[in-house]
Design a protein around this ligand. Structure first.
Ligand SMILES: NC(=O)c1ccc[n+]([C@@H]2O[C@H](COP(=O)([O-])OP(=O)(O)OC[C@H]3O[C@@H](n4cnc5c(N)ncnc54)[C@H](OP(=O)(O)O)[C@@H]3O)[C@@H](O)[C@H]2O)c1
Length: 279
């Protein structure tokens, strides 16, 4: 199954996230791809990710016949404030140069000459978009126009900010990646804006941010009916509402289970129930 944003690049419907894997990053990325994940998410942010080890995994996979072109690679530009003092670019350079340097360093870590998706890790301001956001976005637009990345996107963005970006940018984002809380209707407002603009919505922390939903008796009944786990039900629910889920599992059985979620089918009534379960 693939998804498509307004610029018609096919994107696999499930993504493997590489945060917090540390030294196990290489082994886990290899395993995830060998088991069937076709899209990888990382970031050039040393405090949470190890892009270079993702690159080593890709190198090992290529040797086994899984070429880079067979995979969808997404990484992020992380502003200085999110780098914990270990910025992979010159933190005193102007913002456009920071994006350029970080992008070049990502390509080098990942051993590739292009990205499928390049994401701004978070806006610089909590409310509205600041001058810094527009400067960085303009540098990302340049990368998109140059063909070095097939898509550009933004993460951790509020509905008002996204509406503004979609309206005023020269190149609208093709991707949004947000933490997805059931209590906010699974980020309903942001998802609506994405739908209206042909932007793919990626949801993370679907399980970890929604513990009560996983334990909910109604979700458990649906899971039992489908002979699946509540986690699988949530991943499939996400896909059926048009969300691209991320999983960061470190467990081989969970990797298999998560992938198998693609084969489940929830009824319209079950979808409606889960979509509004925490409202
Ligand atoms: N843009 C951002 O700011 C941002 C922030 C956070 C995350 N992300 C991205 O999103 C990715 C995923 O992050 P996340 O927060 O969703 O996940 P996560 O923190 O990696 O957690 C996934 C959790 O779900 C469990 N799990 C997965 N599949 C399961 C299953 N079938 N049954 C039971 N438990 C299961 C995992 O446990 P096991 O390991 O035991 O399976 C783990 O505890 C990250 O790696 C990163 O790429 C982005």
């Amino acid at each position: 199954m693939t998804l498509m944003a307004y610029n018609h690049v096919p994107v696999p419907a499930f993504m493997y996230g590489t945060a917090w894997k540390k030294q196990a990053t290489r082994e886990l990325v290899q395993l995830a791809v060998e088991l069937g994940f076709k899209a990888i998410d990382t970031a050039n942010q040393l405090i949470h990710y190890d892009e270079a080890l993702v690159g080593e995994a890709l190198h090992a996979l290529a040797k086994k016949g899984i070429a880079r072109e067979m995979l969808f690679l997404q990484t992020k530009f992380t502003p200085v404030s999110g780098q914990g003092g270990r910025s992979p670019y010159d933190a005193s350079a102007d913002l456009a140069a920071q994006v350029e340097q970080s992008f070049a360093s990502s390509l080098s870590h990942l051993g590739t000459d292009y990205l499928d998706s390049y994401v701004l890790h978070a806006p610089y301001s909590r409310r509205g978009l600041s001058q810094a956001d527009w400067e960085v976005w303009s540098a990302m637009e340049d990368l998109y126009r140059s063909g070095k990345t097939k898509m550009i996107g933004i993460s951790n963005i509020a509905a008002g900010q996204l509406a503004d970006l979609c309206e005023r940018a020269n190149v609208k984002p093709m991707m949004v990646q947000n933490r997805c809380f059931a209590a906010l209707g699974w980020d309903m407002q942001v998802r609506e804006i994405c739908r209206a603009h042909g932007v793919i919505y990626q949801g993370f922390s679907l399980l970890t941010a929604n513990g009560a939903v996983l334990a909910d008796p109604e979700v458990r009944v649906i899971a039992e009916k489908l002979k699946a786990s509540p986690a699988q039900v949530i991943f499939r629910f996400a896909m059926q509402i048009g969300t691209l889920p991320l999983t960061g599992t470190t467990d081989i059985q969970h990797m298999k289970d998560d992938l198998r979620a693609e084969q489940l089918t929830l009824s319209a009534e079950e979808i409606r129930k889960i979509e509004t379960i925490a409202l």
